[in-house]
Structures are given as C-alpha cells and as structure tokens.
Design a protein around this ligand. Structure first.
Ligand SMILES: Nc1ncnc2c1ncn2[C@@H]1O[C@H](COP(=O)(O)OP(=O)(O)OP(=O)(O)O)[C@@H](O)[C@H]1O
Ligand SMILES: [Mg+2]
Length: 400
C-alpha cells in the first residue's frame, strides 16, 4: 500500500510523459502534458486513480490509458532494479480503463454564469456603499430635502443658452425657467409674512454652482413684474456681473464703501425697473469687507432706494465669507444638482449658524427639464385638485 502512494508522482513524471507524447504523437510538450495529469491513491487502498484534463475528451481518455500502461512498465522496471534477481513484488494492472465523457466537463456555462452574477451582485452592492460614503453629491430634490433644514423654493432647469455660452445669461424666451423663476419670486413674501424680505442674498458652498445665474434671473424676473430692483455684486473675489452686462467696472459697491458714493451714483440702470451695482475696484481683503459698519450702511441705503435688492455673493468657503449674509434680510442657498456635495452643504450651514444666519430657503438648479416641468405643472394645478375635480364629475354623472 505504501509503495502505491510513492508511485503517484511518477504518473506525471518525464519517464511517463515523454513516452505518452511520442506514442500518441501529441502536439504538446512532455512538460505541458505533465500539467494535464494528476494521480492520487486513496489511503489504505491498492488502487491509483489517474486524472487527465484535456481540451478533447477522447484525447483525455487516450492519454489516461497510455499513462496507466506506461506507469505499469516503469514501476515494474523500478521494482526489478531494487530487488535484483528475486523478481518484482509489485505489478500494476489496469482495473478500469478510461472512457471519454459524453460531454465536456469544463467549461460549465451555467456554473460560470451563476458565479459571475453573484460576483457582480457583491461588487454592485459594495460599489453603491462606497459611492454613498465618498460621493455625496446631491442628485435629486428628495436628497436635497434630506440634507437641509429649510424649504426648497424652486427647481430650475438646465438652461441651453447658458450651457452653450458657458456663462450665466439672462434667459428671455424660454418659458420653463420663466415659470420656475416666477415660482421662486412668488415664494419670497412667504419667507416672512409679517416682514417680507427686501434684500435677498444668493449664495452657495463652492464656485460655479449657479449663484450668478440665479441672482441675475431673479432680478430680471422681479423687474419684469414691475418691482424696482437692484442687483448688487457682492462677490468681490470673482466679480462677473459687470462683464456679463457689459458695464464699466470702475464704480460699484467698493466706491460706496470707501468714497462714500451715493447709491444713485453707483447704481447703473440696465433695463426698466432694474439697476445694477457692480463690485467696483476689488480690495486686497475681500473677505473682511462685509463685517464692516460701512457695508451694513451701504446695503441698507440700497434697500431704501429699491423695492428689492438681490446680492450675488462669493462661495462661502470660510466663516468670514458668511458675513455678507448677515447684511440681507433673507439668504437663499443655490444647490447644483450632481455637483454640490452634502458635506459642503453641512459646512455652509455650520458657517452660517456661526454668524447667526438661518437660510430662508434653497434652490435646486441644473435639474433635468422633464422633472422641472412636472414640478411646475404640479404647482399650477396640484394633483389633489385634479383628483377632486374628477371625483366631482363622476358624482354628478352618477346622480344624473
Ligand atoms: N441653470 C443653468 N443652466 C445651464 N447652465 C448654468 C445654469 N446655472 C449656471 N450655469 C452655468 O454654470 C456656470 C457657472 O454659473 P455661475 O457663474 O452662475 O456660477 P457661480 O456660482 O456664480 O460661480 P462663481 O462662484 O464663480 O461666482 C456658467 O458657465 C453658467 O453658464
Ligand atoms: Mg458668480
């Protein structure tokens, strides 16, 4: 029995494989063949199993049989050499010749498919977990509502003109943003019914989230509805309104702060009902400006001169940046769908609370048009009102 165990390795050794390759004229090397052969001997048995894996089932059976035959000869020779003339105590014979299996045992498509599905599922679940952990960009209104503690006042669509020109443009003829901004405008008095806001600070967590787009178009919408409006560039880091509206940049907010210029001299009329106060010469320490009493005075004078003042700000990166929001009566956060991160929102809310400001509302921008369309339609004709109308009609019919 012990000897049988010791001959297991001989089955895939060169003395066997060289012979089999020659005998069967195999198109592979003797070394390659040795990788196709495995042998084992169940413990305490005098039987040895020879396994061959090959791309052809018929060839696998032929190789197994040739290995068994050759192994018999090799073992006989080894045993005779050990025992001299006394004859070999061991002889090998084939008990069960190999026959080709009816079909290939490998590959097994259904097993592989099942495994692939399982691995795919595990990777998918792990990927979603990782995404939630590291990629916390706001992707929908529902996600936004879960991340802030103020109402979402409007959902704004992607504006093709602004996208194409790569800068915020006042939209003119597109009815969808017109409706969405009308909704935003209509929500303003409700922010504080007893004391409706006169100045509105438009801000966000990072650059390029659409603050200027919202401020510009809200000011245009208010002016269209007949309110005297001032759009004030309170972004002293990256002022852009003077360039968008092609205004001179020499006079503006900072000239009011340092030169004590009057509102009437710095506010530049742009269209009926709308004036713009540009940033003016940019100071070396833009962050510190809005904590000053001069800034407070400048904003309150502007509020007195117009029905509404809309402030376009720099992104709130430091607590000092949040100072500008203390000057206005309401702060609106702009959240850009697919870009604004929830952790940045939390940072902004924390920064605002440190200067004693609670945002009055939020705006989700760059939303898909079909979703904005649905929101706008729901706002015009709420779903429950539609249901009530249908119920009333069917009751009348039933009574008739
Ligand atoms: N609703 C929108 N639809 C399409 N494009 C938009 C929209 N809002 C903003 N954009 C585009 O995004 C870019 C950044 O917008 P915007 O300048 O208004 O952001 P911002 O928050 O004011 O940036 P910054 O922090 O630099 O002042 C612009 O190229 C603009 O065209
Ligand atoms: Mg801007």
């Amino acid at each position: 029995v012990a000897r049988v165990q010791s001959y297991v390795n001989v089955a895939s050794g060169p003395s066997v494989t060289d012979f089999v390759v020659n005998q069967l004229k195999l198109p592979i090397s003797s070394r390659a063949l040795s990788h196709e052969i495995t042998a084992d001997a169940p413990l305490n048995k005098v039987i040895m199993n020879i396994h061959v894996t090959d791309e052809s089932s018929a060839r696998a059976a032929a190789i197994a049989n040739a290995v068994a035959f050759r192994l018999g000869t090799v073992v006989q020779a080894l045993e005779s050499a050990k025992s001299g003339n006394r004859g070999s105590p061991v002889s090998l014979s084939v008990t069960k010749p190999a026959v080709p299996p009816g079909s290939a045992t490998q590959p097994r498509p259904s097993l592989n498919l099942g495994l692939a599905l399982l691995v795919g599922l595990i990777l998918g679940v792990a990927g979603a977990r990782l995404r939630d952990q590291y990629d916390d960009r706001v992707r929908s209104l529902e996600e936004l509502e879960g991340a802030i503690r103020c109402p979402v006042l409007a959902t704004l669509p992607r504006d093709p003109l602004s996208l194409r020109r790569r800068r915020s443009e006042p939209f003119e003829r597109d009815w969808l943003p017109r409706r969405a901004f009308a909704q935003l405008q209509a929500s303003l008095p409700y922010l504080d019914l007893d004391n409706p806001p006169r100045s509105i600070c438009i801000t966000s967590a990072s650059r390029g989230e659409g603050k200027t787009y919202v401020a510009l178009n809200l000011a245009f919408a208010l002016a269209r509805s007949g309110q005297p409006v001032c759009l004030l560039e309170a972004n002293l880091r990256f002022p852009s309104i003077f360039a968008l509206l092609k205004l001179p940049r020499k006079v503006g907010l900072t000239s009011m702060l340092t030169g004590h210029e009057q509102v009437e001299r710095v506010a530049q009329p742009v269209r009926e009902g709308l004036s713009v106060i540009a940033a003016g010469p940019v100071p070396p320490n833009p962050g510190a400006v809005f904590g000053s009493e001069h800034a407070r005075l400048a904003i309150s004078r502007t509020e007195d001169a117009f029905g509404y003042t809309v402030l376009d700000t720099a992104p709130l990166v430091t607590v000092q940046d949040a100072q500008v929001c203390t000057l206005a009566s309401a702060t609106i956060l702009v959240i850009r769908r697919g870009r604004t991160r929830r952790r940045d929102l939390a940072r902004v809310l924390e920064g605002l609370s440190q200067v004693g400001v609670r945002p009055a509302g939020a705006v989700l921008t760059m939303e898909r048009r079909r979703i904005v369309l649905k929101r706008v339609r729901d706002a015009i004709e709420p779903p429950q009102a539609k249901g009530a109308a249908v119920a009333a009609t069917s009751m009348t019919r039933a009574q008739a």
